[in-house]
Design a protein around this ligand. Structure first.
Ligand code: PEP
Ligand code: MN
Length: 340
């Protein structure tokens, strides 16, 4: 049950309501959302008329509450002048890992030429093998920030551990939580306390309810800027890296107000299939894409098999432009439909 508060409800009024519930033996007030307080679903509410700052009491039957469409119908927010979760298609592109100054600057320059607004790149990489390249660490964060500043891009980078939060906050505009950390609940609730958008990838084993509950961990801390990102789930098939779940995009949109992106790079694991799946995701209604690109994928230090080279990425942009009649979502606000 969600108790919705009127706009301008102040912290002392919220505290008053919380202490009222506490006197009734109800301690379940985990929500720090500016607009809502959570009461247990099975709780018979006492008379709350005296709290004039309560606007509505909603019963939300699903396990997830704040990410539910019953709580709110849509969410969109601004990142450095670009609207996310709106009528535009947001494109985030960049390497799996930041490797060298030359690599990240050449990618940033290319994205700028293509009028793309978001660059991605990992500095602390979750690698299956401890012997694989695990990223440049802080040096990588600094490089992607410098490249982004030079070419007017926003930075998306993965946070692997809370001990790195301050650093990642300093150098990023959107924090990515990877598939492996989707169920790191302690970390998610800490991210609820910050005011930076979180791109929450789907856990490779997670069902939709688990994924939306993970989003609720962030939302219930008060951070309302959450983007969901489908990146494929594990299956028995050893010929594809993951099974990219296109059907989950309209499903999520029927259940949740949060923007949904798709990552066809990890979703397929193969650059040959990335463009088709990117278009499929956009037709299915995705709000945006996250795509791995590299100036020379054969030399990439991580995820080279799935990285697009610049030419292939241009084809992807062309493909999305060609879909405009169907999807009606031009790429980012200032994007020109004519790709040179
Ligand atoms: C990545 O984006 O490079 C990454 C590691 O993604 P995921 O968490 O989806 O595997
Ligand atoms: Mn990757």
């Amino acid at each position: 049950m969600l108790i919705l508060l009127r706009e301008n409800t102040n912290p002392s009024q919220i505290a008053e309501l919380q202490s009222f519930f506490r006197t009734l033996g109800q301690e379940n007030f985990l929500v720090h959302h500016p607009e809502a307080i959570l009461a247990p679903n099975n709780y018979v509410l006492p008379d709350l008329n005296r709290f004039s700052f309560i606007s509505e009491i909603k019963s939300i039957s699903t396990p997830y509450k704040l990410s539910s469409k019953l709580f709110r119908t849509t969410t969109s927010f601004d990142v450095n002048g670009i609207l996310i979760g709106s009528k535009y298609a947001n494109i985030i592109a960049g390497p799996c890992s930041i490797e060298t100054e030359e690599q990240i600057f050449s990618i940033a320059e290319f994205l700028h030429q293509k009028n793309i607004k978001f660059i991605r790149g990992g500095a602390f990489k979750p690698r299956t093998s401890p012997y694989s390249f695990r990223g440049l660490g802080t040096k990588g964060l600094k490089l992607i920030r410098e490249a982004a500043n030079k070419y007017e891009l926003s930075v998306v980078t993965e946070l692997m551990d809370l001990s790195l939060l301050d650093e990642v906050l300093e150098y990023s505009d959107i924090i990515q939580i990877g598939s492996r950390n989707m169920a790191n609940f302690y970390m998610l609730s800490e991210l609820g306390k910050i005011n930076k958008p979180i791109l929450l990838k789907r856990g490779m084993q997670a069902n939709v309810t688990e994924w939306l509950l993970a989003a609720d961990y962030i939302l219930s801390g008060g951070n309302e800027k959450v983007i969901l990102c489908e990146r494929g789930i594990r299956s028995f098939d050893n010929l594809s890296r993951n099974v990219m779940d296109i059907g989950v995009i309209p499903l999520i949109q029927s259940l949740s107000h949060l923007p949904v992106f798709a990552d066809p790079s990890h979703g397929t694991g193969n650059s040959k299939f990335v463009n088709q799946m990117a278009m499929a995701a956009m037709v299915a209604g995705a709000n945006g894409l996250l795509v791995e690109i590299h100036p020379d994928p054969s030399k990439a230090l991580s995820d080279g098999d799935q990285a697009l080279n610049f030419k292939q990425f241009e084809l992807l942009l062309n493909g999305i432009d060609n879909l405009q009649t169907a999807i009606q979502k031009p790429i980012d606000a200032t994007y020109s439909l004519a790709i040179q």
